[in-house]
Design a protein around this ligand. Structure first.
Ligand code: HEC
Ligand code: HEC
Ligand code: HEC
Ligand code: HEC
Length: 453
């Protein structure tokens, strides 16, 4: 019915290339522990897209030559970015059907349960005169209500000051992860439950570095940008994205309010294809991560598995603790939700320590080689049997490979060969309904030999 979630998520080969890596190595800043509330829940008024899209502001038809920013951001967003279409999706037949199946009292495009992620659904009192819900995921849904920073940022653009006045720090990997994942995974305030999926909502997947690269960029990471903002390598973005995604998964999993649908817990936390795959596909094999026997519903542990590879390079002792705690979490699903909650909480505290170690770390070429080597070793051993694990592993290998190429840690020629092989992996993930773990494993073997580590 719908394109695959990883469709189009090809190698995000940074145009900034080696320059970006050089900038990263010179940078002193540390991503902040994000203190800023998400734009939807902050106090500032959202003034609306026309406030940003004047032709001398961000609505130029072509990039400005002598300006620090491109100034045609509106056109890129409007024409190429799916976020400008997010509200319109709610008017289509698929959405009508979802709303009908859920028995919503209002149509999808009027229901908060949909608008919360498909538009900039701030309360009516926080909508300026030019605000229009139909603009979908608009500028201020990501950059924060412009009430206080609009004037000052036109008069004299000082990024730090803008942030103090409510501009959301989208350049900061941690803040960005929290922002994107609030819609691409969900929070306790807005969430696509299995009931909503059952009504027809597509499965969701996310990886910060890959999705940052596939969202059509309306900004350019050039010399001027680097003067104004901290720039992080893709491996940092990937790693931070994993710690935040794991945290959001564990926090919501541990929240008893998320599990109120009868005798079953909320099913969205489990691997979709643990239940939804053909019975004639006899593919179960023992895996080291879950330690679970056949015939049980496995949690979706994709982010936790990625985290292990990160922890191995930041703090090997924590990586061991993590491995043990992930197994304990899996086992807890066979006992009860109280046990799951407790196991999730101990993982949250381990993850906090990993996040602390990752925050501000400069991953060296050796770090990246070890991470990619570890991912490929697990992939070629057949550890990623579940689709969501395989999909995350693919995006991880790609993200780290690009970062490694950008830093000069792998030759352009080896990288080229590996990207070709990754195309084969991508094909094995194109249809999640027809995922064959063995094909994925074999395609990863080719990547492994091409990377040559
Ligand atoms: C927690 C946030 C969230 C909520 C709540 C939510 N959605 Fe979505 N929805 C998304 C995201 C993110 C995507 C894109 C998924 C992807 O492509 O990875 C999406 C995709 C879709 C799509 C497919 C769009 C396409 O281009 O094919 C439809 C249809 C849809 N949503 C309808 C709805 C409806 C109707 C509701 C309310 C019942 C709803 N959504 C609630 C986040 C949400
Ligand atoms: C889905 C989230 C999202 C939406 C929607 C969005 N942006 Fe952005 N924007 C980003 C991210 C991520 C960056 C890159 C990180 C950064 O520099 O903050 C960025 C960067 C920018 C920059 C900074 C460029 C620089 O060189 O410093 C401008 C200006 C900008 N966006 C304007 C807009 C305008 C105008 C709109 C609406 C037409 C818009 N954005 C919509 C996420 C978004
Ligand atoms: C307010 C909610 C919201 C926020 C915040 C948000 N997104 Fe989205 N995003 C969506 C929805 C809804 C869609 C699906 C739109 C559609 O299909 O028309 C989407 C689609 C996308 C897609 C296309 C996915 C596909 O399957 O083709 C990418 C890439 C993406 N978002 C990246 C990001 C990134 C990166 C950020 C953070 C900088 C972000 N998004 C922040 C709601 C959001
Ligand atoms: C514990 C098993 C289990 C897990 C895990 C699970 N589901 Fe389901 N799902 C079901 C059952 C049972 C139904 C109801 C089947 C029916 O109505 O025929 C269902 C129904 C659905 C439907 C509706 C199918 C229809 O016939 O219209 C969709 C779509 C769906 N699930 C998606 C998902 C997604 C996406 C995930 C992962 C995020 C997921 N499911 C995880 C058991 C599961």
């Amino acid at each position: 019915m719908r394109r695959s979630p990883v469709n189009g998520l090809r190698a995000p080969r940074s145009s900034a290339g080696a320059l970006l890596a050089l900038a990263a190595s010179l940078m002193l800043g540390v991503p902040s522990a994000n203190a800023q509330p998400l734009p939807q829940f902050a106090k500032d008024k959202h003034l609306g897209v026309p406030t940003c899209s004047g032709s001398t502001c961000h609505g130029a038809t072509k990039p400005f030559k002598d300006s620090p920013v491109l100034q045609n951001e509106f056109v890129t967003w409007h024409k190429e970015d799916p976020h400008s279409n997010a509200y319109k999706v709610l008017l289509e037949d698929d959405s009508k059907r979802i709303a009908r199946n859920l028995g919503l009292k209002e149509p999808a495009h009027k229901a908060d349960i949909c608008l919360d992620c498909h538009a900039d659904n701030v309360p009516a009192s926080k909508r300026g005169n030019r605000f229009q819900m139909a603009d979908g995921v608009n500028c201020e849904a990501c950059h924060g209500g412009a009430e206080r920073w609009l004037g000052p940022h036109i008069a004299e653009n000082d990024h730090k000051k803008n942030v103090e006045l409510g501009l959301y720090p989208t350049e900061d990997p941690m803040a960005r992860a929290e922002l994107c994942l609030s819609c691409h995974f969900g929070t306790k305030d807005k969430f696509v439950t299995h009931r909503i999926m059952g009504a027809g909502h597509p499965r969701m997947s996310f990886e910060l570095d890959t999705f940052t690269a596939t969202q059509p960029a309306h900004y350019e990471v050039d010399k001027d940008y680097r003067k104004r903002k901290n720039v992080w390598s893709g491996v940092q973005t990937w790693a931070i994205g994993q710690t935040i995604a794991a945290n959001m998964f564990l926090e919501t999993l541990a929240d008893p309010k998320m599990h109120k649908s009868g005798i079953f817990p909320e099913l969205v936390f489990f691997d979709c294809h643990a239940c939804h795959h053909k019975m004639k596909d006899k593919r179960w094999v023992p895996g080291k991560s879950s330690g679970m026997g056949p015939g049980v519903v496995r949690l979706n542990d994709a982010n936790l598995l990625m985290l292990e590879h990160i922890a191995k390079r930041t703090n090997p002792d924590l990586a061991n603790q993590l491995g043990i705690a992930v197994k304990a979490l899996h086992r807890a699903t066979g006992k009860g939700m109280d046990q799951v909650g407790a196991a999730a909480k101990s993982l949250i505290s381990i993850n906090k320590q990993i996040a602390k170690a990752v925050n501000g770390k400069r991953f060296s070429d050796d770090d990246m080689k070890a991470i990619i080597g570890g991912l490929l070793a697990d992939a070629t051993k057949g550890e990623y049997q579940d689709f969501s694990d395989a999909e995350q592993a693919y995006m991880a290998v790609q993200a780290v490979l690009v970062a490694l190429e950008n830093s000069g840690g792998i030759s352009a020629k080896s990288a080229e060969g590996a990207y070709d092989a990754l195309d084969g992996v991508f094909k094995s993930l194109e249809d999640d309904e027809d995922f064959k773990p063995n094909v994925f494993r074999d395609k990863m073997k080719l990547v492994q030999s091409r990377v040559g580590l």
